[in-house]
Design a protein around this ligand. Sequence first.
Ligand code: PHE
Length: 464
Amino acid sequence: MAVSRGHFSSRLGFILAAAGSAVGLGNIWKFPFEVGSGGGAAFVVMYLGFCFLLCFPVMTAEIAIGRRTQRNAVGAFKALNKPRWAFIGFLGLASGLLILSFYNVVAGWAFGYVIEMIMGNFDIGSQFGDFIKDWMKIGLYGIVFMGATAFIVSQGVQKGIEKAAKFLMPTLIILMILLSTYAMTLEGAMRGIEFYLIPDFSKINGQVVYSALGQAFFSLSLGMGALITYGSYLSKEQNIVQSAALITLMDVGIAFLAGLMLFPLVFSQGLEPTGGPGLIFVTLPGVFRDLGPNIGIIIGTLFFTLLSFAALTSTVSLLEVPVAYVVDEHKVPRKRAVWLTATLIFLIGIPSLLSNGASSILTNFIDVIGLAREGATDNSFMTLVAWIANDTFLPLGGMLISIFAAYIWKKENLSAELSIGNEGYAGSFLERFINFSISYLAPVVLSVIFLLTLLSKFFGIDLI
Ligand code: PHE
């Protein structure tokens, strides 16, 4: 089996692929806005705390389970002789299928915007509602995006996932540095930086803490076995703890950079940042126009290309989780597994595709099934899928993975795996910290998040 599974050729390849999974739409459109509405630097500090105190240890545990077993998210539990715990893997597969089903739709928007920008259609921002309603066009973009994802995954770990990450990630970083530097030279840019970075502690409340944690967890691709799967392609001599720290740093760094790029752009044109997808898809095209027609086309095209690249390395990891399962456990050849799974996920995504205006039932789905909250503007089927997968399944999966690593597989085995390629880990402060986080902090905090989501989203009880 080891022969046919594939593996990353180098540590850099692994780190770029895993960071590629982490860096996605979550970093570029969601993070900056959450920072803006959650108290600026106060949110950033909190977010950093969660990433390093809670997410980083969970990440090391996922990678360790994967590398130890050299198996997919489901098979890993069986390989550790704990077949009953394989349900965690199945939960992860379900999360992956659901997340990719709607993530691909949004990625399709980003890709569509590249084309609109090339054509100089800066009015697209004000036509956003009609744009996402046009299911034939968005469906086509979705097919292209899923096709690109499937193509990369079908080429295997080294020639597909690793090679794509080695090209896409550096390009993404270069584009971001270019765009943020340019943005900061614009007049009025400083107002954006102030909005982004001056801490306003009065905005911090339970809700903001909840979002910061959810955001950190989703952004680092945790809780669904994506890193178990990538870890299973990692060779023994690599230092997992150090790699996980680098992946976390890259993810946080890129999210931070996204804010440095967006807010100066938006404020330089005297606009106020709006919430949700609006900031990028509604406001930005107008900003690009105001930069001047030619420079606007260049900056706009680069921006949405960057967004599409970020999404692509994430969709690749989302698809690899079920594919690795089908390849390992059902012995289906990789190419066939990829195309079948990608088609299935695309089909699962059709209701999400139609839920942005094309079908009124799906657009108001949350209301239709009686779960709508007062004042909520987005009641789409797609949002419901995000509630289930991102907000419910991921924290649940993360909590179970931590409990599994600490108490079922046991801390000693986790430590032993993390000590490989990492002299001095045994007995270190870092070891004690990771063990503490996995045994107590992560299970407790993640179960609180899971319960809060259940109560507020599905039972209408808001505790925070
Ligand atoms: N981390 C990705 C983002 O921020 C999303 C993702 C979640 C990817 C879970 C894989 C697994 O966009």
